[in-house]
Design a protein around this ligand. Sequence first.
Ligand code: NIG
Ligand code: FE
Length: 398
Amino acid sequence: MSTVVTDIGELVTNDASTGDGSALGVVHDAAVVVSGGLVEWVGPAASAPAADHRLDVGGRAVVPGFVDSHSHLLFSGDRSGEFSARMTGERYDGGGIATTVAATRASSDDELRASLRALVAEMRRQGTTTVEVKSGYGLTVEDEARSLRLAREVTPETTFLGAHVVPPGAERSAYVDLVAGPMLEACAPWARWVDVFCEPGSAHAFDADESRAVLSAGARAGLGLRVHGNQLTAGPGVRLAVELGAASVDHCTHLTDADVEALAASAPAQERQGTVATLLPGVEFSTRSPYPDARRLLDAGAVVALATDCNPGSCFTSSMPFVIALAVRETGMSPDEALWAATAGGALALRRHDVGRIAPGTRADLTVIDAPTHLHLAYRPGVPLARALDLPDDAVRP
Ligand code: NIG
Ligand code: FE
C-alpha cells in the first residue's frame, strides 16, 4: 500500500540534485509518495503517480524529520532549582549531574521507561523523528547497562556515556578503569556509540588521557565515537575527537583557531566520514553562557549539526525548532543553514544516510510546518508549528 502526501507548498528535500539546485533542494507545489516506511517518489504534485491513499497537507511546508543527534533522555528527577539559581548568577560546572544520578538509580525500570517514552513523544510532536539517547546517569555497571537497554527500546542510536562524570565517592583512576573495562563490556551490546565528557578544567569530567583511554577501549569494542568537547573551556576535546575519527564533537563553544582548522580539515565529504561539529545552543541559553560561533565554523568549511542536548541539567528543551531559532539569532547561521544542520547535519553526525533527506529510498520521516515556508521556524520562535507526519499504518509498515 502506498500514500501520496500532496499539496506541499514548499518541500525541503536536502537533496541538491532535486528542485531548485540549492543545498536544501526545495521543490514548490510538491508531492511525496511513500510505501513500506520508505520514500518512493518525490516531485511536482502535478506529475505524482497514483497511490492507494492521499494525504493533503493544505499548502504547508514539509521538511525532513529533525535528527536530534545529542540527548540525555534517560533520567529521573528535577533540577529546576539549579536552573533558577543560574538565572541569578550561579555558574554551570556539571556538579548537579550527581543529583540526577541519585534520582535515576532510585527509579524502577517502568518509571524510567515511562519518562523516556513521554520525552520521545514530546519530541515527535515537535517534528523530531530520529533521536540519539545517551546513558550517563547510572554510573555503575548495572545502572549504565540498564539505561542503555531501556534506551534501545526507543532508538537504535544509543550512546554509552559512563564517562559522564566521576561519581561521588569514586576514585578517579579506578573509575576510568571501570568504565573502559567491565562497564564497557556490559554496555557495548546495547550501544552503538561511546562518548566522554572531556573537560579537564572541571573537577567532575575527564582530561585528555582519561578520555582517550575510554574512547580507545570503546573503539576496540566496536563502538563509534562521540565527544562532549570544548563546552566550558577551549580544552583538548575537539582535537582528540578529530584525531580518533569521532563522528561528532559536541558543544564546540570555546574553540581555538587550531580547533576550527582541525574541524574544517576533517569535515565529512563524499569520500570521507569525518567529524561533525555539533552545536547545542539551548545549553548556552539555559546556562546563560556565550553562544558558539557557527559562522566561524561554516566559513572555515566545517560541517555543523544542531541538536537539543535535552537533559535535566544544562538544557531541558526537547524542541528542535527552538534550537533552530536560537542558532539563527545567536550563532550566525542563516535559516537555511540551521534547518540543514538540524536535519542533514544531524544525520551526518550519526553517520546515517537514510534520514535527514527526502529522496527515493530514505525513510519516510516527514515533518509538516504549519506555515508556507520553513523560514517560519526561526521567524516565529516559540510557536508550535512543526509536527512529525503520521502516515496511514499500511504506508509505514516495512
Ligand atoms: O551535555 N556536559 C555534560 N553533560 C550534559 C549535562 C548533563 C547535566 O547537567 O545533567 C551536557 O551539557
Ligand atoms: Fe550532552
